[in-house]
Each structure stands twice: as structure tokens, then as C-alpha cells.
Design a protein around this ligand. Structure first.
Ligand code: CO8
Length: 255
């Protein structure tokens, strides 16, 4: 089974992450399939809006932590998994993240590279990397702070706590919260509404809105990426990722 399933319902397309047994955890293969699917749809002018989604239990539970166990700064840098988030950010067709269940770590960051985030009332967001001895590595420190402001971002990123769809809406991350029974249909209806608008105007509106957030983004992302890779040299990363896999509490030492 492919990790990414594409359904066309012209003029929209639905791109579904399909790795339910690990809550749609994102590894290189998933991300490459996702980038390829989105690139193909982006080149198809019949597709005027895309809904990116997971399943009811999870949008995506973040990067695949098992891939971090043996990773080093060099392997991380060479693979450049985080670069896939930036490629998705550059998709020009309006991209709507429809979140049900967990959107955590890289999954929350995946939602944040989309143009609009909508959520089922049962959605749970988090940037829990701190519990693994890491920090967000695919834009989270920059994008969540731009959305939520410094002090709320500090609370969320330093505690790694989960926050509800309603709280995500209050901080401005989620545009609309839909009932659990109809979240995907409601997201598709929103996509169809946008798909019905003039595509050039939609594209230019998106570019204009993105400029506001992006004018000083690059320096922050550059630092974040290097800091993220550097943490792969720490003992606490080894401890945090191993503890996760061994299903025990991590014992961090600040080394
Ligand atoms: N990676 C690998 N496996 C995972 C992940 C993950 N992120 N999340 C869940 N799984 C696996 C579990 O290990 C479990 O496997 P198994 O059945 O073999 O035991 C299976 O999925 C189901 O998980 P749970 O039994 O835990 O299901 P629950 O519904 O009880 O809980 C949760 C779901 C809350 C999502 C829980 O699994 C969890 O906390 N997962 C980890 C979330 C997390 O810490 N995410 C952050 C990861 S780090 C990250 O995203 C950094 C991103 C940086 C950008 C990219 C850089 C390269």
C-alpha cells in the first residue's frame, strides 16, 4: 500500500497520509511520496485546491522517531528530511490541512506549511520534541511563534503539551473547527469554495499573505535547522528517543 493516497474530485483533490499503524508517522518515504503527489497535482490546472489529511485518529504523529535512534548530525543533514516541509510550502495550489486526531511535532509543522488549517473538534496538536531531547525541526519554532506570539509559543514548545482544536483556533493556528462527524466533508466544502474562486487571484493573494510572515523567516529557519541537527550529538536525544521506543520514562542529564 502506498503511504500517500490521492483522490481526485475535480476541481479539488484529497491527499491522504496512509500509515495508520504508526499514526501516520513521517519518514523519508512518506515525505517523498507526499512531495511527489503534491507536485503532480500542482502541475495539473484542473486541480484548484488540495485537501491534505490523515485519518480520524491522526493527521500525523510527527517524524518517525525510530529513524532518529541511530541518526547523527551528518546523516540528518545529508538526508535533509526537513527540506521536504519547505518543498510543500512552495506548492502553489491552495493547500488545506484537514486535521482529525493527532497533529504532533512534524505533523503539526506539516499542517502549518499549508495555507489554511481546519480541524475536527477532536483534534489534538502538540510540538512535543522537547520530550525527546530535541526541538521542532521543520519550522515549528518560527511558524508557531509567528502565529501564537512569543509567550504562548514558549509555553507550548517548552512543555510539549497537547492543545485542543479549540485552543488552536484561539491562538490563530486553526481557521475553523468542524464537528467530528463531518470534518472531512466540511474541509472538502471549503476547498470547493476556494476552488471556485479565480485561480490567479487566489494564487496572488496567497503569495501576498505569505510575504508578511516570510520577510524575516529565513534566518530563523537556518538557525533552527542547525540547532536541530546539533542536538543529534547529545546524550539526551539518545535517551529521549530510546525511552520512547522502550516505552519508559526518559532520564535526561543535560548532556
Ligand atoms: N514515530 C514512530 N512511531 C510512532 C510515532 C512516531 N512519531 N507515533 C506513534 N508511533 C507508533 C507507536 O510507537 C505505536 O507503535 P506500536 O503499535 O508498534 O507500539 C503506534 O504508532 C501507535 O501509537 P500509540 O500506541 O502510542 O497510539 P496512541 O493513540 O495511544 O497515541 C500518540 C498516539 C499520542 C501520537 C503517541 O503515539 C505519541 O505520543 N507519539 C509520538 C509523538 C511525538 O513525539 N511526535 C514528535 C516526533 S519528533 C518530530 O516530529 C520532529 C520533527 C522534526 C522535523 C522533521 C525532521 C527530520
Amino acid at each position: 500500500m502506498p503511504f500517500v493516497v490521492v483522490e481526485r474530485e475535480a476541481p479539488i483533490a484529497i491527499v491522504r497520509l496512509n500509515r495508520p499503524e504508526v499514526r501516520n508517522a513521517l519518514n523519508l518515504q512518506v515525505m517523498d511520496e507526499l512531495v511527489a503527489a503534491l507536485d503532480a497535482l500542482d502541475g495539473d490546472e484542473m486541480v484548484r485546491a488540495i485537501v491534505l489529511t490523515g485519518d480520524e485518529k491522526a493527521f500525523a504523529a510527527g517524524a518517525d522517531i525510530t529513524g532518529f535512534l541511530e541518526a547523527t548530525p551528518v546523516t540528518m543533514w545529508r538526508e535533509d528530511l526537513t527540506g521536504r516541509w519547505e518543498r510543500i510550502r512552495r506548492i502553489q495550489t491552495p493547500l488545506i490541512a484537514a486535521v482529525s486526531g493527532y497533529a504532533m511535532g512534524g505533523g503539526c509543522e506539516l499542517a502549518m506549511v499549508c495555507d489554511i488549517v481546519v480541524a475536527s473538534e477532536n483534534a489534538q496538536f502538540a510540538q512535543p520534541e522537547i520530550n525527546l531531547g530535541l526541538i521542532p525541526g521543520a519550522g515549528g519554532t518560527q511558524r508557531l511563534t509567528r502565529v501564537a506570539g512569543k509567550y504562548r509559543a514558549m509555553d507550548l514548545i517548552l512543555t510539549g503539551r497537547r492543545f485542543s482544536a479549540q485552543e488552536a483556533r484561539e491562538i490563530g493556528l486553526v481557521a475553523r473547527v468542524f464537528p467530528a462527524g463531518s470534518w472531512l466533508d466540511d474541509a472538502k466544502a471549503l476547498a470547493r469554495e476556494i476552488a471556485a474562486k479565480p485561480p490567479l487571484a487566489v494564487r496572488l493573494a496567497i503569495e501576498a499573505i505569505d510575504l508578511v510572515a516570510n520577510s524575516t523567516l529565513d534566518a530563523g529557519l537556518e538557525f533552527e535547522r542547525k540547532a536541530f541537527y546539533l542536538l543529534f550529538a547529545s546524550e539526551d536525544k539518545d535517551e529521549g528517543t530510546r525511552a520512547f521506543v522502550e516505552k519508559r520514562k526518559a532520564n535526561f542529564k543535560g548532556r
